[in-house]
Write a protein that binds this ligand. Structure first.
Ligand code: FES
Length: 63
């Protein structure tokens, strides 16, 4: 049996979508700068800066 090896079962998965957002799957809590707390099971975070929905992807990256 292996010693000193910790087997971690990931509870959150982050997928980098090529030329698109980060898809985050799993139960997550998002803390916004204004103090708002959002709890989500799956979300898409904008990486292109064009979204009209703040940090969340609205599909504008594909335009
Ligand atoms: S990644 Fe989709 S709008 Fe920015």
């Amino acid at each position: 049996m292996e010693k000193n090896i910790v087997h971690i079962v990931p509870q959150v998965e982050v997928k980098v979508i090529e030329c698109g957002p980060l898809r985050i799957g799993g139960h997550i809590r998002i803390l916004l700068p204004d103090g708002t707390v959002l709890v989500k099971r799956r979300t898409f975070i904008c990486r292109c800066g064009r979204s009209k929905r703040g940090i969340f992807c609205d599909g504008s990256h594909a335009l």
